[in-house]
Write a protein of this length. Structure first.
Length: 621
């Protein structure tokens, strides 16, 4: 039986070499796309989690402000530290500063070195061999290896940190040996950071580790109920989950696109095996007459399908790993999406996911071979010996022939049009030279009533409207500046920078609620004809205050570059569509083979080859 099976498999490959290779290539492309996407996202999320663990440690809970301008008062830090269920309460101040000519702001983390030793060992500083200062308690700065390499010659004995109009010149006391290879970090004593960059009498967050005999869930629930509205308690895993959610839709879209290649592979295997069953129908029937049981004939067809899927899946794993390496080196660990650091991660394949994608490729090929095998099993041996492969009545076969190719073409064209339309619409919205008004929806009848609300009117971004179903005319109660404020939604605006939603409130309302309005961004419109002079004036001030200046056209180009990189992987689907076209050709070949006797009749009546080809082309149309 093994010799017979091997002989039939070799015969299949020799008689349908092109179709078999195309089927293998389609399966390989499916596995390669899916496996490469899995590798890239898995390693990117893993690097993000490791970086978070280095900076944040492993706390049982984190208490922080709900908004970016809030802080945790020191009395609450003392209260949490005195809690009998709390083992360690580590206060942390975290902000971003600019250094010299670096374009990217650097994270500055102020720690209490005694609590950080137990909570965040990855942030523990290491003094230089000949320190120029007394250490971290004397105001020294400690830099991560990546930041030292980034600064290069700028990493002198003294470093000047800039945050708005605030400056801090401090000496470099050493480095952070446990920091990640891509982490741009500065660590200093929390009191020094508080003195130079605020917040005075408060910290950014409290990282809490509970005693071993405590109930973490119960403690978190009790503390969360007592916290003021401006503060939030979260678990450390929320940050990793939030990073995963940032790219979830992106990953799902790529995986759905990879399924296009999977369906193409299944379709090609069906066409290839159907053609093979038709060609070898008489031989299979003869083997049945000679004693080969139906189950063995069924297994033979499935085995032939497996010989297509197994090599294709193995090739797909190799191609997937190569694609992952290529895309991460060209586009970064987030494929240009901007969700993670964008650094080139180290990809280490794991056995279990590789085995899963290998089985997926084999299952796709077996699925494609199952239908032809079933049809062959249903056909009587005598009919197969006399008439060849006929699986259904003539009327049904004719209807299937009429619908198969148009439906396949429509399906392939629909998938192509859907992908092209989605990409085109998204790109078109970004490429508009004159975007629509920021307030796309208004309800003027309710505008006057909205001004009477305690918090005034706000605008919500389109993302917030879609995710949370918040629209113009609604009233919300949101924690803002330490209080629970009621606001009226007066409009919707577009915001491509914050994809999970944002609120916009006027400066007057913000100050009326007690906020200290300190602009973080400034939009300028130069007078017509004075763009060059305005640029020179801005350049001088930007150099003096370490500001970053960007033109709107440059921001638009950067956005389009990120968008194009995000969808660069979809260009690989062009190969799947080309293979699908060949699959249609294979299906047409199978249809002609199955109708060999039918087409012989008009040929005997005088039809030449040109007339027969014309008739077949009319059916395809």
């Amino acid at each position: 039986m093994r010799v017979l099976a091997a002989w039939l498999i070799r015969a299949q490959f020799r008689s349908r070499r092109a179709a078999t290779l195309l089927s293998m290539l389609a399966i390989a492309l499916d596995v390669a796309l899916g496996y490469s996407i899995h590798l890239i996202n898995d390693v990117a999320l893993g690097d993000f989690s490791r970086a978070m663990k280095t900076v944040q440690g492993e706390p049982d809970a984190v208490i922080a402000a709900r908004d970016s301008v809030g802080s945790v008062p020191l009395p609450l830090v003392d209260e949490i530290a005195r809690d009998p269920a709390v083992l360690i309460a580590a206060p942390v101040i975290e902000t971003r500063v600019r250094i010299g000519n670096l374009r990217t702001p650097v994270r500055l983390i102020g720690i209490d070195v005694f609590t950080a030793a137990a909570m965040m060992p990855g942030l523990l500083p290491r003094d230089a061999e000949r320190p120029a200062t007394g250490g971290i308690l004397d105001g020294a700065l400690y830099l991560s290896p990546a930041l030292l390499a980034e600064l290069g010659p700028q990493a002198s004995a003294t470093l000047t940190l800039l945050r708005g109009d605030q400056r801090w010149s401090a000496t470099i006391g050493g480095d952070l040996p446990a920091a990640g290879p891509d982490d741009l970090l500065l660590v200093a004593d929390i009191a020094s950071v508080q003195e130079h960059f605020e917040p005075v009498g408060a910290v950014s967050e409290i990282r809490v580790r509970l005693a071993p005999d405590s109930d973490p869930a119960g403690w978190r629930a009790g503390v969360a109920a007592r916290l003021p509205p401006a503060l939030l308690l979260r678990v450390a895993q929320d940050d990793s989950e939030r990073a995963s959610n940032l790219s979830r839709a992106y990953r799902v879209n790529l995986n759905v696109l990879a399924l296009v290649a999977l369906l193409t592979g299944v379709f090609l295997v069906v066409a290839t095996q159907l053609t093979g069953v038709a060609q070898l129908s008489t031989q299979f029937a003869l083997l049945g007459v000679l004693g080969l049981p139906p189950r063995m004939r069924l297994l033979q067809v499935l085995l032939e399908g497996l010989t297509i899927g197994l090599p294709g899946a193995l090739l797909g794993l190799v191609l997937g790993y190569a694609l992952a390496l290529a895309f991460t080196h060209l586009l970064g660990g987030d494929l240009g999406g901007g969700y993670f650091s964008g650094k080139v991660p180290l990809i280490v394949p794991q056995l279990l996911p590789a085995a899963g994608f290998l089985l997926l490729g084999c299952a796709a090929s077996l699925t494609g071979a199952a239908y032809p095998a079933y049809l062959k099993l249903r056909q009587p041996l005598v009919e197969a010996l006399n008439n060849g492969f006929t699986a259904r009545p003539q009327a049904v076969r004719q209807r299937r022939r009429q619908l198969l190719l148009p439906a396949s073409l429509a399906l392939a064209g629909g998938r192509a049009a859907a992908v092209a339309t989605a990409v085109g619409v998204a790109a078109g919205r970004l490429r508009r030279d004159r975007p629509r008004s920021a307030h796309r929806h208004r309800q003027r009848a309710a505008a006057d009533a909205g001004d009477l609300r305690p918090g005034g009117r706000i605008a919500v971004s389109e993302a917030m409207q879609e995710i949370y179903r918040i629209g113009p005319g609604q009233s919300l109660r949101r924690p803002l500046l330490g209080g629970d404020v009621e606001v009226f939604v007066g409009g919707v605006w577009r915001d491509y920078a914050r994809q999970f939603g944002a609120l916009v409130i006027s400066r007057d309302d913000y100050q009326r609620l007690g906020g200290d309005f300190r602009p973080s961004d400034l939009a300028l419109w130069p007078r017509p004809g004075e763009e060059a002079a305005a640029g020179e004036w801005l350049a001088a001030h930007a150099a003096a205050y370490a500001l970053e200046v960007a033109e709107s056209a440059g921001i638009r180009r950067l956005s389009l570059t990120i968008f194009d990189k995000s969808f660069a992987v979809t260009y690989a689907l062009e190969a799947a569509m080309v293979i699908g076209v060949f699959g249609l050709a294979v299906t047409l070949t199978a249809s002609v083979w199955l109708r060999a006797r039918e087409l012989a009749t008009p040929a005997a009546l005088g039809f030449d080859q040109r007339m027969l080809r014309h008739a077949l082309m009319l059916e395809v149309r």
